[in-house]
Design a protein around this ligand. Structure first.
Ligand SMILES: [Fe+2]
Ligand SMILES: [Fe+2]
Length: 221
């Protein structure tokens, strides 16, 4: 099968802090591949992208949308600056010319929107509104929902246990801070986990607690 991690019925775990970087068409911009359906610049892909200080990327149009979370530094384009912690969705047909003065690292998903999901969203850390989660020790910052797809940040207090649950439409997690555990492994900061449709687990935290970016309901294959 072409591409990388295209069997969506299998679970994928990647420690992004220990992966090799790939070059991009712009010098000063490099990438870690998490999943992609081909190796062209037009791939449906999820990646970690790093901009060096004072680097830029070619102007481009978002076919089927672009979603990213700024992990460190400040990402910028002609519409504004997006500091660490900012969540951005640029819908199908939008375009921009990105750059970074400080340097930055982002988690980005390309060409994965429904064309009818037209909202442009920018949520900066100052705008976060944390809500009580579904069990003691969890708080949730909802980022976006469209049909069955939900994206959120979830904060786990130390020693929080979430009961066994299954993932309708799969689950994708990136560990922003702390450490998450389940019966299959230990997931430190920088780990990306993709769990298939109807998979299940019992996640928990220990002394560190955790802050995670989580998407559910978008993996149907
Ligand atoms: Fe973009
Ligand atoms: Fe889960």
């Amino acid at each position: 099968m072409d591409g990388l991690n295209q069997n969506f019925q299998s679970r994928v775990v990647i420690d992004t802090l220990t992966q090799d970087w790939h070059s991009s068409p712009s010098s000063g911009v490099r990438r870690i591949y998490l999943e992609r359906d081909n190796y062209s610049e037009f791939a449906k892909a999820s990646s970690i992208v790093e901009y060096e200080a004072d680097s830029s990327f070619q102007s481009h149009t978002h076919e089927n949308g672009e979603e990213f979370l700024v992990l460190s530094g400040t990402f910028s384009d002609e519409n504004g600056d997006y500091p660490s912690g900012t969540y951005v969705r640029n819908p199908h047909g939008s375009s921009h010319s990105p750059f970074s003065k400080t340097g930055c690292k982002i988690l980005v998903k390309l060409r994965q929107f429904d064309k009818n999901d037209k909202s442009r969203i920018v949520i900066r850390e100052d705008d976060y509104k944390w809500l009580p989660g579904i069990c003691q020790g969890l708080t949730v910052m909802p980022l976006h929902s469209y049909q069955s797809e939900h994206s959120a940040l979830v904060k786990w207090e130390p020693h929080t246990k979430f009961s066994n649950h299954s993932h309708w439409g799969g689950e994708e997690i990136y560990i922003l801070r702390g450490t998450l555990f389940d019966e299959f492994g230990v997931y430190k900061k920088g780990t990306w986990i993709r769990s298939p449709h109807m998979s299940s687990h019992n996640p928990y935290t220990t002394n560190d607690g955790a802050l995670i970016f989580v998407k559910t309901g978008h993996i149907h294959e």
